[in-house]
Ligand binder design. Structure first.
Ligand SMILES: [Zn+2]
Length: 489
């Protein structure tokens, strides 16, 4: 379990521009420009800079990231990072972060630059970064990202840019009572509210000025910084959330953890994969993140026609018993058959078609957002480690023949999708309406068995996709279709 935190632009006051271009000449940083830089970043950083190679199409930028609590106090979102923490963890910026816009951090191809260097600037008590922005298409191609046109334009005119950051923490600690919290729900509260925090608690009084002159805040002893973003779109959700909350700030401040939730902040899947995890587990986690992203951007498409029940007859029951379950899954996967929910329910529960249809009708309400919930759950790693839907290494010829015969009806291979879409057009089937992206946790009367079945169906698809992802040359379409299938009534 962990918390994500947002560190908003200008959350700390450094009394100088947060981002500044470095004027490198062909011979490096020399003369007056070097003197100016040493004033800002210190001789040690200037020396480190000499060892970093910049291509002609990259623009070096010096960024002031985090100031320590001891020197600058907690930031405006009530988060503190001590001297010792900053010194120990600053390099996570270099290891995990790229330069993004508006925290769209899931896809490195949407980054605008790399973090080449991080440093703890001891005399100034700050974490400082050296970022290489992609100044031309050639740099963007080489670094696997986009051209940082807006950033360069602003910086070259010496305009301020809003820089927001994000980190993941296993827990934070109340600066007054020492209460450790893994989620916001565990934040301490005041004695009159039934808690034990004599300073009023982080739950409701984050940022409160205490009688000893200190500010009640959350100390973050073990952050992993994974994102630096230029916040530039005024209409963007993150910018909006920050603006609205700052307006409402009269009744206390909004914590970095709450901001992260409100803004829908996510972290790159790579942070969820422990080093040394078996390849199939790592791949399933990666797939879950990809599917969650697709859920968030799902739009009506003609491919939905290929999943209309009018062109998808029910699966014929397999010619073998449940003891060959893994082989059944293998035969289906080899034909790239992604079972509709009703067929999945029937196969795993061994019930009649009628009963399976009834169960599926209940379970379907839990499918929208299922992958977003899966990646937010504490035990995704555990779930994929024991995924019961992993196909066997091979299947018998009889099973293969059974699956081949049903590929036209149920496969997500491009050719089969197109054939079914044509069939639907001929039969004048209406484009199915998609289920709304409902948030079921907020509804009363959640059915636990139905929720469990929905989770099992989601795991089945992860195992299916894992088994074909190495051989498929059409994976993006397959991923889109397996998500789309969840939203069709
Ligand atoms: Zn407390």
């Amino acid at each position: 379990m962990s918390m994500l935190k947002l560190i908003t632009p200008h959350a700390q006051d450094f009394s100088e521009p947060v981002a500044q271009l470095i004027k490198l000449s062909s011979r490096g940083l020399i003369g007056f420009d070097r003197q100016q830089f040493v004033k800002r970043a210190g001789a040690e950083f200037a020396h480190l800079l000499d060892s970093v190679k910049f291509a002609a199409d990259e623009i070096p930028v010096h960024l002031l990231a985090i100031g320590s609590t001891e020197f600058y106090g907690a930031n405006r979102n009530g988060d503190g990072f001590s001297d010792r923490t900053c010194e120990r963890t600053h390099d996570t910026f270099r290891k995990h972060a790229r330069f993004y816009r508006d925290h769209a951090n899931k896809n490195p191809a949407k980054s605008y630059g790399l973090v080449k260097l991080s440093a703890w600037h001891t005399p100034m008590h700050r974490i400082e970064l050296l970022v290489a922005l992609n100044a031309a298409q050639s740099a963007a191609d080489r670094n696997g990202g986009l051209v940082a046109d807006r950033e360069m334009e602003k910086l070259s005119k010496q305009q301020e840019i809003g820089v927001s950051m994000a980190c993941r923490i296993p827990f934070d600690v109340c600066s007054h009572c020492g209460n450790k919290s893994r989620t916001r729900a565990e934040y301490c509260s005041a004695i009159e509210d039934g808690g034990h925090c004599k300073a009023g608690g982080l739950k409701r009084h984050m940022g409160r000025l205490l009688s000893d002159g200190s500010v009640l805040h959350a100390d973050n002893p073990d952050p992993t910084f994974f994102d630096i973003s230029h916040v530039w779109r005024p209409a963007d959700r993150i910018a909006y959330v920050m603006g609205e909350l700052q307006k409402a700030a009269s009744h206390g401040i909004t914590s970095g953890a709450e901001l992260a939730e409100l803004a829908g902040l996510t972290m790159p899947y790579t942070l969820s994969i422990r080093p040394g995890l078996p390849a199939d587990m790592a791949n399933q986690i990666k797939l879950a993140y990809q599917l969650a992203e697709l859920e968030n951007q799902l739009a009506p498409t003609n491919y939905a026609l290929a999943f209309s029940s009018e062109v998808q007859p029910n699966l014929n029951q397999p010619p073998v018993g449940q003891e060959k379950f893994a082989q059944i899954l293998r035969a289906l996967a080899d034909e790239e058959i992604s079972l509709p929910l009703r067929d999945f329910v029937r196969l795993v529960t061994n019930t009649s078609e009628k009963q399976a249809n009834e169960v599926a009708a209940t379970v379907q309400a839990y499918l929208p957002g299922i992958y977003s919930r899966l990646i937010a759950s504490e035990d995704l790693e555990e779930k994929v480690a024991h995924n019961p839907y992993k196909p066997a290494g091979s299947a018998t010829p009889v099973l293969h023949l059974w699956a081949v015969k049903q590929a036209a009806d149920l496969s997500v291979k491009r050719a089969h999708l197109y054939n079914r879409m044509q069939l639907a057009a001929v039969r004048q089937v209406a484009l199915p309406t998609l289920l709304p992206p409902a948030s079921i946790e907020k509804q009363a009367g959640v059915s636990v068995p139905a929720l469990n079945m929905a989770t099992h169906y989601a795991l089945y698809k992860l195992a299916f996709l894992d088994s074909i992802s190495q051989i498929s040359n059409d994976l993006p379409l397959t991923l889109t279709c397996t998500v789309l299938q969840n939203y069709i009534r």
